[in-house]
Write a protein that binds this ligand. Structure first.
Ligand SMILES: *Cc1c(COP(=O)(O)O)cnc(C)c1O
Length: 366
């Protein structure tokens, strides 16, 4: 399995271990519990919070895509984050990228902060700065790259070298680049987090989250928390994410092609002052010349939908200040440049000409 190239792995990597029919897609095992063949015996499945054959096929596939030891599928990305945070105890400190997904900041500041775990934000793109901020109680570094929405990039291998030297856990949120463009475990990360709702699922129809672990010791600790907390992905949703992953490689190819075209078009517009695009994947942030221009675009787009989220086949545009980053403290937002002129576009797989025409019409109110 692992020797397949990633494009093939997406299509063929999912395996139903119990397949006796030759079915080429993994069935939905819509069962909460499993009968035991005899006293003290198990089929390998006991209760679906612990394991379910559909979810298991998905988890094995995601582990293979990320080059991990194990993967756990959660109901949402935030459920994966919250379970991961159970690794930490009162008094522990975490260093995190300064421009994280808004929900991650809300969890860190308003939920786990109350349990005595302190999260400090910094630019993880500057490895020396990271080294200088490590304290005695620092247990982990949490990296999102590129960040959302301002697209700051972190060198995962450079941060990993520091983590190894200081005995810290390196956690990477790989939602934006996906294993097609970045495999953090190969770069030295210990845990990879995904909002499977985004590119892995890819169709804006299912919520999901993943934790992928680099070694057996971490897998065992997180599996224990996983079955105990119970925020697991349902069999039907597991099936939908499995189906989504079949086209991951080709979607990413098309999305990147479209996004490069649109980023170049945006760069050439007088009303657009800055374009933030890391060159791969489909999220483009851009700053326009006024709040009115931003509102005009949001109000006028038609092919592109004005909606939160990203990573699906449909192109979506959001207003971070009012949506994804509304709960980020105002001073943090200002420092990061998340203002009323900043828009975030998630490019889908539509014809690029239609997307450019839609933006052009919205900007000029044609
Ligand atoms: C959406 C997102 C999350 C949260 O995932 P949900 O599936 O919405 O709970 C976490 N990190 C990043 C980078 C995201 O984009």
């Amino acid at each position: 399995m692992n020797r397949m190239r990633i494009g093939t792995l997406c299509v063929r990597g999912a395996e139903d271990k119990n397949n006796t029919t030759g079915a080429i897609s993994v069935p939905v095992y819509q069962s909460a519990t499993f009968a035991h063949p005899g006293v003290g015996q198990s089929t390998g499945y006991d209760y679906s919070r612990l394991q379910n054959p559909t979810r298991e096929a998905l988890e094995n596939l995601v582990a293979a895509l990320e080059g991990g030891d194990d993967a756990m599928a959660f109901a949402t990305g935030m459920a994966a984050m919250a379970t991961l945070c159970e690794l930490f105890a009162p008094g522990d400190g975490i260093l995190a990228s300064g421009d994280l997904y808004g929900g991650s900041v809300r969890l860190f500041d308003n939920v786990i902060g109350r349990h005595g775990i302190a999260v400090d934000y910094l630019d993880t793109g500057d490895a020396e700065n990271v080294r200088g901020r490590i304290r005695e109680n620092t247990k982990a570094i949490f990296v999102e790259t590129p960040t959302n929405p301002t697209m700051l990039v972190t060198d995962v291998a450079a941060i990993s070298a520091i983590c190894k030297e200081r005995g810290l856990l390196l956690i990477v949120d790989n939602t934006f680049l996906t294993p097609i463009y970045q495999r953090p475990i190969e770069l030295g990360a210990d845990v990879v987090l995904h909002s499977g709702t985004k590119y892995l699922g890819g169709h804006n129809d299912t919520l999901a989250g993943f934790l992928v672990t680099a070694n057996a010791e971490l897998s065992e600790r997180l599996r224990f928390l996983y079955k105990t907390v119970g925020a697991c992905l349902a069999p039907w949703d597991s099936f939908l994410i499995l189906r989504g992953i079949k086209t991951l490689a080709i979607r990413m190819e098309r999305i990147t092609e479209n996004a490069r075209r649109i980023a170049a078009w945006l760069e050439a517009q007088n009303d657009v002052e800055a374009v933030m695009y890391p060159g791969e994947s489909g999220v483009i942030s851009f700053r326009v010349n006024s709040a009115e221009t931003a509102r005009k675009i949001l109000g006028n787009v038609k092919t592109i939908l004005y909606a939160e989220s990203l990573g699906g086949v449909e192109s979506l545009i959001t207003y971070p200040i009012l949506q994804t980053h509304a709960d980020v403290p105002a001073e943090t937002r200002e420092a990061l440049g998340i203002d009323e002129r900043l828009l975030r576009l998630s490019v889908g797989i539509e014809a690029a000409d239609d997307l450019v025409a839609d933006l052009k019409a919205a900007l000029h109110e044609i």
